[in-house]
Design a protein around this ligand. Structure first.
Ligand code: MN
Length: 595
């Protein structure tokens, strides 16, 4: 594994910022490395209060869109919301429906069936809605690339308000108005679909007749969809998610409470973004994957805890089934990937693969093989696929350059969907690899571990670790910090979890402090190597744990970087760990929702 230490800024500058903010120099350093250079920027990051959200009039088209919807409402027109079957799309639909419901209006909804309709608008569904008398349609998390469908909707006499966050193509669809944070200059181009839906409700809240709602009550749904959609958790997204997590912790919404229960979490457990992304979101996603997105929507909207528990149990079962299917496909995909190991990218195909899980499998394959990957299956005579990429490769741009052989595509830099006629598969295989070589050069890209700072065991205190929690929620754009631990001698080595994981007792040779360490899923890799009495350098994140009411600090090893014999003390080590002088107390002015 290649690694490097992030550039360390000037010490005097960091010390001054830390002093001014009454935070530890380490926290100031980490904030600085995340692109925050002034005291003010750091303050906003540590205090992501809702009052720091940009005013609604700063979002292009937002107020005009809200006025259009409000006019339909006051005229008594029938409204509907068109969503999507992933967590972002389902939560976005739920926000709109729930907002209208709590303001005293029932509105219809349409969520496409992943297996029958696929993503985005479809003419059959639009005709159906028009037939039911719907006059105004709000799209959420979709619509920006549905030109023909929106054209048809206009023929049907529908008013179309597109709210979406997917990359707009050159031509925009003929909607009445489009709200998309990637159009024009918006405060946060990275907003998720549910974030855009939330803003529309916030704007509508002031326009509709009657009493205003406390709009913050929908932030649990916003946090859920935003985290699940893997957008950058910086800027407005950080504010929305940090505050939404507090609501997810309280779990007053019956569906959230039931979902936590069925996932084995305490109903009022404090959640991090990881719990939401890896525990709650997959269960909601499971519904859409097998073509029953309504289950997840009903769960989020029900006011009755018994109904919620029934639905949560069904979703949990679907998620278990999904995992089984996924593992079978993953195994086959892995075999195919191994046979393409000499290519810069992977194009994997089987007509048997379930279209609902190929996206997750593509992510797994990218993790394992570290190269962009397209996974295709056959559906209604076409090949349909899901692509995932490595940070170095812009998948959307790559597919855009191949649009002449595709029937359709859409998405982001890191994830996309595509379809093509079967005859073009061979061409796709060769041209996709060509695109990657064009963007990245002929050398294979290897993952690089970037470490934030050196950290000695003596500086690891519960106070410091609690302070680092102020950086939460972690996610894209705001990763959990990883530290370099140097010159640690291995006191004891063992395997646990049926040999899957590696456990070590590590002594910091500088301070003579010994701590317990775990390297998850690295048992196999190190089973044959005796590390005892050797010295190692590691990449790690520290973790506060509770054992029998006692607080202890555990070392979570990401990678073992160097191993050398304990006799040889001359291994060159970097000495930047001395840099930090820690304050004794966590600053009072900032509170962590994790503490
Ligand atoms: Mn989305």
């Amino acid at each position: 594994m290649q690694w490097e230490l992030r550039p360390q800024p000037a010490r005097t500058k960091i010390m001054a910022l830390a002093e001014k903010l009454t935070i530890s120099p380490l926290l100031a350093l980490l904030l600085n490395q995340r692109g925050l250079t002034s005291c003010e920027q750091m303050h906003f990051f540590l205090n992501p209060g809702l009052r720091y959200l940009s005013p609604l009039d700063k979002w292009p088209n937002l107020l005009s869109a809200a006025r259009l919807v409000a006019r339909s409402v006051t005229r008594g027109e029938k409204l509907a919301v068109w969503g999507d079957y992933d967590v972002d799309g389902i939560t976005a639909t739920a926000v709109i429906k729930n907002f209208f419901f709590r303001r005293g209006y029932q509105i219809a909804h349409y969520i496409p069936n992943r297996l029958k309709n696929g993503y985005g608008l479809n003419i059959e569904g639009l005709e159906q809605l028009a037939g039911q008398g719907v006059k105004t349609l709000i799209t959420v998390d979709c619509g920006i690339s549905s030109h023909a469908e929106i054209g048809r909707a206009k023929e049907l006499g529908l008013k179309i308000i597109v709210t979406d966050h997917h990359l707009p193509q050159k031509d925009l669809p003929p909607a009445d108005i489009i709200v998309n944070p990637k159009l024009g200059s918006s405060p946060c181009p990275d907003l998720a679909g549910v974030g855009v839906a939330f803003l529309l409700c916030a704007a509508l809240n002031t326009l509709l007749p009657g009493d205003k709602l406390d709009i913050r009550q929908f932030l649990d749904l916003v946090a859920l969809g935003t985290i699940a959609d893997i957008v950058d958790l910086t800027g407005e997204n950080r504010i929305l998610v940090k505050n939404g997590l507090l609501l997810l912790n309280e779990a007053r919404r019956p569906g959230i409470r039931a979902l936590k229960e069925v996932s084995g979490l305490e109903p009022t457990a404090n959640l991090g973004s990881g719990d939401v992304g890896f525990v709650l979101a997959p269960r909601l996603n499971a519904a859409g994957r097998i073509g029953q997105p309504e289950l997840a929507l009903d769960l989020l909207l029900t006011e009755d805890i018994q109904t919620a528990r029934d639905l949560a149990r069904q979703l949990d079962k679907l998620n278990t089934d999904r995992k089984k299917i996924e593992n079978e496909i993953l195994e086959q995909a892995r075999d195919q990937a191994s046979s393409q190991i000499d290519n810069p990218g992977l194009v994997l195909f089987s007509p048997e693969w379930h279209p609902g899980v190929i996206g997750i499998v593509a992510s797994r394959i990218v993790d394992e093989f570290y190269r962009p990957c397209l996974i295709l299956t056959r559906e209604n005579g076409l090949l349909k696929g899901s692509g995932r990429s490595i940070p170095e490769f812009d998948l959307y741009q790559g597919l855009l350059n191949l649009s002449h052989i595709l029937s359709g595509f859409g998405g982001h830099k890191q994830a996309a969907g595509l379809s093509l006629v079967p005859e073009n598969l061979d061409q796709l295989k060769s041209l996709f690899n060509q695109q990657i070589t064009q963007q990245l050069g002929p050398e294979p890209v290897r993952p690089k571990l970037v470490l934030d700072a050196c950290l000695n065991f003596k500086d690891l205190t519960p106070v410091l670790l609690k302070e680092l929690e102020l950086l939460q929620p972690f996610g894209p754009g705001n990763p959990r910090p990883i530290f370099l631990g140097q010159n640690l001698s291995v006191q004891k080595q063992n395997l646990f979890g049926q040999g899957k994981h590696l456990g070590l007792f590590l002594r910091d040779e500088q301070s003579k402090i010994t701590l317990r360490a775990q390297a998850w899923r690295k048992g196999e890799q190190w089973a044959q190597t005796n590390l005892e009495n050797k010295n190692i350098n590691i990449a790690f994140t520290p973790k506060l744990s509770l054992y029998n009411g006692l607080i202890s600090i555990d070392i979570q090893i990401k990678e073992i970087l160097d191993v050398w014999s304990g006799e040889n003390k001359n291994k060159p080590v970097q000495d930047q760990g001395k840099f930090f002088v820690f304050k004794k107390h966590c600053p009072k002015s900032y509170s962590s929702n994790q503490s």
